[in-house]
Design a protein around this ligand. Structure first.
Ligand SMILES: [Zn+2]
Length: 198
């Protein structure tokens, strides 16, 4: 079971980074000399789990001892600056355990949202067209105030670029950029619909 979820999520990360951002995950990790850790966020038990079985019980105990916060998903480049990793340099992807079995139509927009954070963290500049920039602006104004504080223009432009590419190439079942973006930003994080140009 663990191996299946691990393989599924790793493939989802690989596929979405390629389809949305034209980047090779394994090559990126190799060049960055980072290991990728995948954590499950278990809101019921209020703890993180080791999805791929590569982190180890002792290390997980150290991570969980730092406290837990409910989350849908997250991506953190250079996570060793934030959590104990026993000297390892790692990038971390977090996904709520309740999302493990969700279909691609749900997972892809969520993963692309988080990968936009990842690219932002590593200092990658978005290759945004004027339309992408307008769409990014529409995403930012749709965010609730506390959510807006955690999301930058750089992030929004990466997301807008990713959404456009996913829809234009038919790599997602979402038919429009608006539909994809609204799936990428949950309704409870927004003050309404995202008014993007198509
Ligand atoms: Zn976010």
């Amino acid at each position: 079971m663990t191996e299946d979820v691990c393989a599924k999520l790793r493939e989802s990360l690989r596929k979405n980074l390629r389809d949305a951002f034209d980047k090779d995950l394994d090559e990126m990790l190799r060049l960055r000399r980072r290991e990728l850790w995948i954590l499950g966020a278990d809101n019921k038990q209020q703890r993180f789990t080791d999805v791929c079985g590569t982190i180890g019980a002792q290390q997980m105990a150290a991570i969980n001892s730092r406290g837990y916060k409910d989350t849908d998903a997250g991506f953190r480049a250079d996570a060793h600056n934030y959590v104990p990793t026993n000297g390892k340099e790692v990038d971390v992807f977090i996904l709520n355990t309740e999302h493990f079995d969700k279909p691609d139509s749900f997972l892809d927009p969520l993963v692309v949202h988080e990968q936009a954070h990842y690219l932002e963290h590593i200092g990658e500049m978005p290759n945004a067209s004027e339309a992408d920039k307008a769409n990014a602006g529409a995403v930012l104004v749709s965010l609730e105030k506390d959510v807006r504080a955690l999301h930058t223009t750089n992030w929004a432009q990466h997301l807008a670029v990713g959404a456009r590419r996913m829809v234009a190439t038919g790599k997602t079942t979402h038919k429009t950029i608006r539909e994809f973006l609204e799936a990428a930003v949950p309704p409870y994080d927004r003050n309404g619909r995202i008014s993007v140009r198509e």
